[in-house]
Design a binder for this molecule. Sequence first.
Ligand code: FEO
Ligand code: CA
Ligand code: CA
Ligand code: CA
Length: 577
Amino acid sequence: PSGAKAAPNRFAFDAIATSTADDVIVPPGYKAEVLVRWGDPMWSDAPEFDHDTRGSAASQERAFGDNTDGMDVFMHEGHMLLVVNNEYTNRGIIWGNNPDGKAASDDDIAKGMMAHGVSVVEITREDGAWKIVKDSPFNRRITPQTEMVLTGPAAGHDLVKTDADPSGTRTLGTWNNCGNGVTPWGTYLACEENFNGYFSSSETVQDQKPVSITPEMSRYGISTNDWGYGWAKIDNRFDVAKNPNEPNRAGYVVEIDPTDPNSTPRKLTALGRFKHENAEVVIANDGRVVVYMGDDERGEFLYRFVSEGVYAPGAPTDELLERGTLSVAKFGEDGTGEWIDLTPETTGMADAAEIAVHSRMAGSAVGATTMDRPEWIAANPNMAEVYCCLTNNKNRGVKPNAGGDETPAMGPNPRAENHYGQIVRWRPQGGDHTAAGFEWDLYLLAGNPTVHSDAYAGSDNITEANMFNSPDGLAFDSNGLLWIQTDGNYGNDGDFAGHGNNQMLAGDPVTGEVRRFLTGPKECEVTGLTWSPDRRTMFVGIQHPGEKGDSHWPEGGSSVPRSAIIAVTREDGGLVG
Ligand code: FEO
Ligand code: CA
Ligand code: CA
Ligand code: CA
């Protein structure tokens, strides 16, 4: 149906149909096996996952975290280290053994907390099967209680000081780590996304706005109630009435050295504070480090960081992501755009620390373009070109959080009601990732050509054979194919008729052709993608299968659904990207 037969295609697979099966499906000639699941013990002193209790805080702290998301593989002294974000946990699943699906004890709350963070786990392939290496000296669980340092302009500033840390330089933990990034010097970047949903306030005020919730907190979605995790009940750091600056210590990109399990992760305030999706790192022509980042919220912005110093292999790298310029994107209707630097002069803010902590307000001050929820960003390895998923915007015109900007349909966000999402791409002026100007176009508009014939059918490269909604995960392989993962509506009816379960597709950036490669089990999201160093295995994350109660993947029967990473290989042992 694509009509691309004339040109030699770069896809090494035949497209598959959509699916509503409770299983992972890959094209003929490929196979998918489970590598590691939520709750699998990473050390032999921890118990196997217990389907009746779903574990305890103690077992969870020694086991692979929940809801796998961004990940990457690092080789170190012959060891293959997989570093994975464990974004969050579904309360109805992790506490689904309790009659009301809620935490029944403080240990339940702590179990949920320990399911968050980052898992570093050695992996190996034995007799053709992938598995984790229990007890590897490199295995590590990073949790919301792991000690970290604050770096960059906000470190030591009054906005990040708390009673527990009057220096404003040492903080505990990371949570809601969504997408990721990697640096050329071999560190992993974990991106803190919906950090706000864990804070609550013990102050009870009726009929008026509680004084403990400041306008700055409101802009970041912090309110008197958390999203049901209950963390303030066991740790008053999460009570903003008692610790009003604690939220200012989350919402960053966190740099982790996977080769040293005793290393202290670094929160990089120079890269701004917002709901970070991922962090796509490229080295500019002059050696400066450029990081592209999206803020995943309706009406929020696209950001770029450019380091002050240049990267040189072997030279010290610590300061590269501590000092530089943070900018926001402004798109024009004419296919051009510009990066506007966030400085005290352009924003009217006092200093770089305030811009780092209140980046959203800084972006509003300079008139950044409000976007349809920027998710993953991926840079084309073959040219200076960058892609970003704009996943959807179900409520244009409704301000996402107090203090947000108007969100008109314009530029790269052209549709008033946007249930489907789109992928925007831009080429920096002169092929220079540090340039102020860029040119942009839309790589695709997702849609449903079987239901609509207008803009909601999608762009020309969207057909009945490859349609999907809500692009989210995005990564290029070494051949320059663009892999697209979805986190969308899997109802398979109405506007979404024929879309099936969430899925993964590959796109050719040159021809625009898109083919479906994988479909996930019921009620999952497909997110997180990386490869073995020999490129013969692709690792794909399956997040929250059965989030509404209708999946028993991967173990089947009446088992508890478990987020897991799968290893996809070719039956002939060939390359998969
Ligand atoms: Fe965690 Fe925006 O996805
Ligand atoms: Ca995502
Ligand atoms: Ca999403
Ligand atoms: Ca998700």
